[in-house]
Write a protein that binds this ligand. Structure first.
Ligand code: ZN
Length: 333
């Protein structure tokens, strides 16, 4: 609050303690810190305006004393977060890569977390949404408190859905930057974990996530028009899927041979469905498994190009699906 001592506005604001007193040199009375003060002009006395000034300072000090209690520590902040990966550090610490909506990816250290007595240990787990309090640090921010907001326990019941969740986390990790807002991708990952937890087919969740992740990254696959000539594709022609060009290529444009790059009309329709349909409706689609595999391969190729390489956790996911139930322990992280 700022004010100018002696202004008429200020005098008005003081009310009864200075009724009818102008800002000039006539004697006035005012309350300053609960003590009545009288002042006159001349003789070295305090001028009316400076007295009012004193009263206002006293008021301001009192007001400030009331609010001092709640001044926050600017080094501390609280955020929602999903643990994307972590590694052990030193004797008992762990460095976590946290995914947050407002700050994107950030590295944080959980001190002493590997000791059995740690208050943080049990809660700082991947495949859950956490509410984390952090203190800004020089190299890493420091986790000071954590609680689990969403545990998504059913997501872990099934090895394939857990492996899929790791894969989605890795795709997020590769897509976001450190300390850059990423609310759209955060919401996408969060919703995908919810769907896996609710028991939706993990392949459908993964395709839906991949398609919308591409959208968030500004590389939405083209499935309606030829990526070269921009012609609207017709159902009876031969399509090719060419991720480096951004999507579907028509039969008239030059490009890789159909034997290598061909994609069926049915698969293109399903790709369109992943772009346009609600995820709940996608869950209910009946699709031949050959088409699902074709769409899976198409999206993998597309993200491989968009993100510059395959996700490491794909090997883990494939291993899980090959072996059914037995898989390497502890996830790919
Ligand atoms: Zn074309």
């Amino acid at each position: 609050m700022s004010y100018q001592p002696g202004s008429q506005e200020l005098l008005d604001s003081i009310g009864n303690s200075a009724v009818g007193v102008a800002a000039d040199a006539r004697p006035i009375a005012a309350w300053a810190g609960g003590r009545e003060v009288r002042a006159g002009t001349g003789g070295g006395g305090i001028s009316g305006s400076s007295l009012v000034h004193a009263a206002r300072i006293a008021e301001a000090v009192c007001a400030r004393r009331d609010s001092v209690v709640v001044v926050p520590n600017p080094r501390l902040y609280v955020t929602d977060a999903i643990v994307l990966s972590r590694f052990d550090y030193g004797e008992a610490d762990r460095v976590m890569t946290l995914f947050t909506p407002a700050l994107g990816k950030l590295k944080a250290i959980a001190k002493g977390v590997r000791r059995p007595t740690s208050r943080l240990g049990g809660a700082l787990e991947p495949l859950a949404e956490l509410r984390v309090a952090l203190a800004r640090g020089r190299t890493f921010d420091v986790v000071t408190q954590v609680e689990v907001s969403q545990a998504w326990l059913h997501l872990r019941d099934n090895l394939e859905s857990a492996a899929t969740a790791w894969y989605l986390a890795e795709l997020a990790d590769r897509s976001i930057e450190e300390r850059h807002e990423a609310e759209g991708i955060y919401a996408l990952l969060r919703r995908s974990y919810e769907l896996l937890d609710e028991g939706m087919d993990s392949g459908r969740v993964a395709r839906w996530y991949e398609m919308h992740l591409a959208d968030e990254l500004g590389v939405r696959p083209e499935v309606d028009r030829c990526v070269e000539c921009d012609r609207v594709l017709e159902a009876d022609e031969e399509f090719r899927w060419v991720p480096p060009l951004g999507g579907v290529l028509c039969s008239r444009c030059p490009g890789p041979p159909a034997e290598r790059a061909g994609i069926s009309v049915a698969a293109v329709k399903v790709l369109k469905a992943y772009q346009r349909m609600d995820v709940e409706a996608l869950a209910g689609l009946r699709l031949p498994s050959a088409v699902e595999r074709e769409v899976e391969g198409a999206m993998r190729d597309f993200l491989h190009v968009s993100l510059d390489r395959d996700a490491r956790s794909l090997d883990f996911l494939d291993e899980v699906r090959r072996t059914g139930s037995r898989a390497p322990e502890g996830g790919p992280g």
